[in-house]
Design a binder for this molecule. Structure first.
Ligand code: ACM
Length: 640
């Protein structure tokens, strides 16, 4: 590699870091630097960058030195300030870099020297070793009674049901048993083999199930599709393959029901693109832990990932980042074109795949903030040329918000929401609504006129106006709008909108008190892009806090609310999430999700009385071989 960059912390205080970049020319030639490009996801104080011109769009930074000549085997050095909290992790450093030089027309890659922090933390807290539990069920069922012994099922056995409600679950069980355990199961029963019988029990509530395993056979009872799916997930964790290849089940009875009806997981596919295969892999894993909702974050500032047939520009332009493209590189791939999107046929395929596993797919189209990819794709429709408002989003964009005063905005919403509503059978559509920056719309005559006409006092009410429009539109399309906690700022959406709290649990409690249905997704426990310890080597961020396995496990939803408080009825469930700025590949995704997602699945499913940290660890230890069978690159809980 001909060029290398060092990144160092010069000094660091609580809210001010001085950082230094050194670019080494290791080639044999003198070069003339047109631009040194680097990816860094904190906002750099522009006036702190000296001896060169500097610009930043999101995480993409460009520096043009006033003295552009760089001789062979010499270096260029510059410093800058950031006024955010200290850099603590290696993933806080430069994420990638490239240079444009006069002598070449290409953007050239630059190697990064591993980043050295001022006070690295090398100690990783360990968790006590435990004896593994043989009946390693996660999440823990409500009631489980074991007796000594096993039901011996041999190398093949029958999966029997005469009820169509059980069909999907049995198909999935059959597929997974083959995939994971090498078991080839019969759906057309053969008398020569033992049987697992799926029976309809009309007395059971939705999602509930019973499993009874005796020496004579295994009986599974449920009253709906979801119940049969949940039972199948349990069976998959109970099947044990002996060294002779034969399968057996422990003798027990289980009676199970979930604590929360909505058990969700959100994947951000905008910051990095996850292949169809990776999305399905994750959905399949969610099914193993009885997580029943997949929230698909499909659009953001950095990319638009879903085909909209009437607006092909959204994916022709908005799905791709690159040094010469309308959307610059972000988070990785400084020198290359990077991206991807899902066609509507692929989306249908994912929805079907999820349905086969008892999982509902909720799409998220994030508006009115986090819209830069859409705006860059459709400037004629979405840019208010007379809007000179100055704002900067948390992620350092100055042009990422839809205008409530443009006709094009409503046309865009109509087209997109109509196609989304047609494509996704889920009742709920998530419209984001988070992180609209302060200062937006204040210097747009059209927005100001709209505020005067409508009698609005605050730009927040303009956001409310836009969201109210989306809510009505979705209602007309037969859908219910759901959004992040900021959706009810501006006081315009109706109580039909479901609020997902993310900054804290308190926001959900406050909304529930006002009469909103809510989903709890507090970043402090459920954001799996948070690093798993304070150790410097740990990938992740920690703006909410580090989330160790133990910390995730100990999330006690609504711990401060009295059991009899009616707001419990407003809490539809819990969701975990991963934002993917620091998740460029499958290995990192696995590492961030596993095993923490199993801890959170237990938070979502199991009653408080059933939850116990050391018992969970014993079950987790017994469960780890299942992760290995699936080649999941999990973070070893006992490695350190
Ligand atoms: C969010 O994390 N901005 C919902």
């Amino acid at each position: 590699m001909s060029y290398r960059v060092d990144f160092n912390v010069v000094s660091q205080q609580e809210n001010l870091s001085r950082l230094a970049v050194t670019l080494h020319n290791l080639s044999d030639d003198t070069i003339t630097i047109k631009r040194f490009n680097f990816i860094f996801d904190r906002f750099i104080t522009p006036s702190s960058v000296k001896e060169g011109d500097f610009s930043q769009v999101g995480s993409y930074c460009q520096y043009t030195p006033h003295s552009p000549l760089l001789q062979a085997n010499t270096s260029m050095y510059f410093e800058f300030d950031v006024v955010t909290f200290p850099l603590r992790y290696l993933t806080d450093g430069l994420k990638d870099a490239s240079i444009d030089i006069k002598e070449s027309n290409e953007t050239l890659p630059v190697t990064l020297t591993p980043f050295v922090l001022l006070e690295p933390i090398t100690h990783t807290p360990s968790i006590d070793d435990v004896n593994e539990e043989c009946i390693a069920l996660i999440p823990k069922p409500l009631k489980q009674t074991e007796t000594q012994g096993y039901l011996e099922l041999g190398r093949t056995f029958n999966l029997i049901s005469s009820h169509p409600q059980a069909d999907n679950a049995l198909n999935w069980l059959q597929t997974e048993a083959l995939q994971l355990l090498g078991l080839s199961l019969n759906r057309v029963p053969s008398d020569a083999n033992p049987s697992v019988d799926f029976l309809l029990n009309p007395v059971l509530e939705s999602e509930c199930y019973k499993i009874t395993i005796t020496e004579l056979g295994c009986r599974v009872e449920a009253n709906d599709r979801a119940g049969f799916h949940n039972a199948s997930a349990t069976l998959l964790q109970l099947f044990t393959i002996r060294s002779n290849g034969e399968c057996r089940l422990p003798l027990l009875t289980i009676q199970d029901q979930p604590r929360f009806n909505y058990r969700g997981f959100m994947l951000d596919c905008a910051r990095h693109f996850h292949s169809l295969e990776s999305v399905k892999r994750l959905i399949n894993q969610l099914a193993h832990y009885k997580i029943n909702t997949f929230h698909w974050h499909l659009t953001d500032d950095e990319a638009w990932r879903i085909e909209i047939k009437a607006l092909p520009q959204l994916t022709d332009i908005g799905a791709w980042r690159g040094p010469t493209l309308p959307i610059a590189p972000q988070f990785s791939h400084a020198a290359q074109t990077y991206g991807g999107y899902y066609t509507q046929e692929e989306i249908k395929d994912v929805i079907h795949y999820a349905q086969q596993r008892g999982i509902t797919v909720i799409p998220e189209i994030d508006i009115p903030g986090h819209c830069r990819a859409a705006i860059r794709s459709l400037p004629e429709m979405l840019v208010d040329g007379n809007d000179f408002s100055q704002y900067r989003s948390v992620q350092s964009y100055t042009d990422n918000v839809l205008s409530p005063a443009l006709a094009g905005t409503y046309e865009f919403l109509d087209i997109v929401l109509t196609e989304i509503a047609e494509l996704f059978p889920a009742k709920w559509v998530h419209i984001g609504a988070d992180e609209v920056p302060k200062g937006v719309w204040t210097d747009s005559p059209a927005c100001q006129q709209m505020m005067a006409e409508q009698g609005y006092q605050s730009p927040l009410e303009l956001q409310g106006h836009l969201l109210r429009y989306a809510e009505q539109k979705l209602k007309n399309l037969g859908k219910r709008m759901v959004g992040w906690e900021e959706a009810q700022h501006g006081n315009k959406v109706s109580k039909d909108t479901v609020i997902y709290s993310w900054l804290s649990e308190q926001a959900a409690i406050d909304c529930a008190k006002q009469g909103f249905d809510v989903i709890l997704q507090p970043a402090q426990y459920t954001y799996l892009d948070m690093a798993q310890s304070e150790c410097t080597n740990e990938p992740g961020v920690d703006w909410a806090n580090a989330i160790s396995l133990e910390h995730a496990y100990h999330y006690q939803p609504l711990a401060s609310i009295d059991e009899r408080d009616p707001i419990h009825k407003r809490v539809q469930g819990i969701q975990a999430a991963i934002w993917c700025e620091i998740v460029p590949n499958q290995e990192r995704l696995d590492y961030m999700l596993f095993p923490r997602i199993t801890a959170l699945a237990e938070v979502m499913w199991s009653s408080n009385q059933q939850r116990n940290w050391s018992n969970y660890l014993a079950r987790l230890k017994g469960h780890l071989p299942r992760l290995e069978q699936q080649n999941i690159a999990y973070r070893p809980p006992w490695a350190h």
